[in-house]
Design a protein. Structure first.
Length: 197
């Protein structure tokens, strides 16, 4: 007489299913660890990049609002290959005593910090020294590489110095970080948008 097979799994089938389940759990755990590690690395890069994004927007805005000065006035931009000083208009929220015109200097200090120095430029003779300040935009900066695009009327092309009465067509600022710093940032290229009155 034959006995009917009972429905269910044999011991071997159960063991194989448990081994496959163990492999799946191990793979999911490794994938989760990798995903969490990648997220931490991404957050670190974003935190470093956020500061540079603020620097980028700030410098672009200040360059775009450069004051071209009057035709008979002295140049409002004195630019070298590693520093520049220019007259510009501060953002609306940065006005001091209602004055937005400021003389701004951009350079790398001896402590390898990218520094933006500013001094309010009042329209009348000041009775007291005008307010001034310094802001560190970035650290671990080896140097700045600044270039100025000549307008087509001057022949065009990039030059390393600027002392002309007219503003350049474009200003290019390259931030070079110190050796070993993994931050990379594209050149900041901006056009002074204001015209002479």
């Amino acid at each position: 007489m034959r006995t009917r097979a009972q429905p269910g799994f044999t011991l071997l089938e159960t063991m194989v299913a448990l081994v496959v389940l163990g492999f799946l759990i191990a793979g999911l755990g490794a994938g989760l660890r990798f995903g969490l590690g990648a997220r931490r690395a991404e957050n670190g890069l974003i935190a470093k990049g956020e500061g540079l994004d603020v620097v980028d927007r700030t410098l672009r805005g200040l360059i775009a609002r450069m004051n071209p000065g009057a035709f008979a006035a002295a140049p409002t931009l004195a630019g070298g290959p590693d520093r520049m000083v220019f007259l510009t208009e501060l953002p609306p929220g940065a006005a001091i005593a209602g004055i937005r015109q400021a003389r701004v200097g951009l350079a790398v200090d001896p402590d390898h910090r990218l520094v933006l120095a500013w001094q309010i430029a009042p329209h009348a003779v000041a009775l007291a020294p005008p307010p001034e300040g310094r802001v560190v935009l970035a650290g671990d900066v080896a140097r700045l590489a600044i270039a100025y695009a000549e307008p087509a009327a001057f022949g065009g092309g990039w030059v390393r110095q600027w002392n002309e009465a007219a503003l350049p067509a474009l200003v290019r600022v390259r931030i070079v970080f110190r050796a070993g710093d993994r931050r990379l940032w594209p050149d900041i290229v901006a056009a002074p948008m204001r015209e002479r009155p």
